[in-house]
Design a protein. Sequence first.
Length: 81
Amino acid sequence: MLPASRASSGSAIESGAIAVGKRIPSEATLIKTYGVARNTARHAVQLLRDEGWVRTRPQKGTFVVDRSEQSQMDDQGAESD
C-alpha cells in the first residue's frame, strides 16, 4: 500500500494541482498534514523521485519535473537500441 502522502502528492502532480517547477510540500508539512512518521514521509518522497515525478535540489526543496521531456528522451533512447 502506498503511503497516503505519496498517493495524495502524486495525484496532485498528475492533475496539475502542483505544476511543473513548483515545490512539493516539505517532509514536515507531509508529517503534519497526514499524521505520518518521518520515515513514511521520506519514503513517499523517495517513491515520487524513483517514479520520475520530482527532483530534489539540496538546500532548495523537492520540485515537480516535466515528465514529457523525460518520456521523449526515453523514446529516443529506445529508438537507437
